[in-house]
Design a protein around this ligand. Structure first.
Ligand SMILES: C[S@@+](CC[C@H](N)C(=O)[O-])C[C@H]1O[C@@H](n2cnc3c(N)ncnc32)[C@H](O)[C@@H]1O
Length: 310
């Protein structure tokens, strides 16, 4: 026997490991905490960004047996991924009775063409009570985009951020398309872009790895990324910025130079040291066509993704 009750207007957030406090600060004081999972039962005033996965449509399931819980979950949808802060042994038996989900890492660039079927998330609140959301913000287990890594080609691990963004967007620069890569050294992002066949103007105060400096697809410019005059780069459709700077500086640059330009797409990293720069997050979030995500491969960072709408 089981009983499913819809928990209307509630959301649960899976915190990012190591950044749990950032999420707790964004959420109201009334919340239920189950390890990394935080369940909020009221409408939020401001958008929330420091999470790995958002559980968007929640159901509480009361059940008698392991097979009853598995049946209840299957009656809601096919594919599920569990998160356990308690009752893990019992939860594992329930998960074993559900269709198998492979946690295999993704292979780029195939990950951009993959169809990700809806993946629900569930947890045990007690031995006979589950919380389940068939609709989540991410189609990946726990919101994690893990890849089969390339340990030879790229000059830095930053390439994983672009693999993740492009896989999520299911789009990337096309061969010969023009890109600007600001704060490009040692060249992880430039490497990704050249692998895709794009042409890159890379700006930094330090050089790229030697093979990228001599690549026919790369034009390197030594200098201050924020002094760039975007009119000098007509037909550039993508702008990338991974410069280490205060996020306010990046905001000013974006509003003054990128937004009024003809750049169609942008991917920029907002890098934080303490929490004093958090107010600018809401300003980025208000930019039309923009969204802010914490990528699996971000540290104390958020990634601003811009796609021009008009
Ligand atoms: C995190 S690293 C970039 C990593 C790069 N995206 C990659 O994939 O390898 C940040 C870079 O920003 C550069 N940088 C910092 N301030 C800059 C500025 N005002 N103009 C140009 N480059 C800057 C640094 O020299 C450094 O190479």
């Amino acid at each position: 026997m089981y009983q499913i009750t819809e928990c209307e207007n509630t959301k649960a957030y899976l915190a990012i490991e190591g950044l749990e406090n950032q999420l707790l600060q964004e959420l109201p004081s009334e919340k239920e905490i189950f390890g990394r999972l935080i369940w909020v039962k009221e409408e939020l005033k401001n958008p929330v960004f420091w999470f790995a996965n958002q559980w968007q449509e929640n159901y509480q399931i009361e059940f008698d047996s392991i097979s009853d819980c598995a049946k209840a979950l299957s009656s809601i949808q096919k594919n599920w991924w569990p998160y356990f802060s308690a009752h893990a042994r019992r939860g594992t038996l329930i998960q074993d009775a559900l269709p198998y989900i492979s946690p295999k890492p993704l292979v780029f660039p195939g990950s951009m063409q993959t169809t990700y079927p809806p993946l629900g998330s569930w947890t045990l609140l007690g031995p006979n009570t589950a919380l389940a959301s068939p609709v989540c913000s991410s189609p990946r287990p726990h919101g994690e985009w893990n890849f089969v890594e390339d340990r030879v080609g790229p000059p830095s691990r930053a390439y994983l951020k672009l693999w993740e963004v492009f896989s999520m967007l299911q789009m990337c620069p096309k061969p010969k398309e023009k890109c600007l890569d600001l704060g490009a050294s040692p060249g992880g992002w430039t490497w990704v872009l050249t692998q895709l066949g794009a042409r890159v103007v890379a700006i930094d105060r330090s050089p790229l790895r030697e093979d990228l400096m001599t690549s026919p697809l790369v034009q390197f410019q030594n200098g201050n990324a924020f002094s760039v005059n975007l009119e000098d780069y007509p037909d550039t459709s993508w702008l990338f910025c991974d410069v280490i700077c205060y996020p306010e500086k990046l905001y000013e640059f974006f509003m003054q130079k990128v937004l009024p330009s003809s750049i169609q797409n942008a991917v920029c990293t907002l890098k934080f040291q303490g929490s004093e720069h958090y107010p600018v997050i809401q300003k980025f979030a208000a930019i039309p066509g923009g969204s802010l995500i914490h990528l699996t491969h971000n540290k104390h960072e958020l990634t601003f993704v811009f796609r021009r709408t008009v």
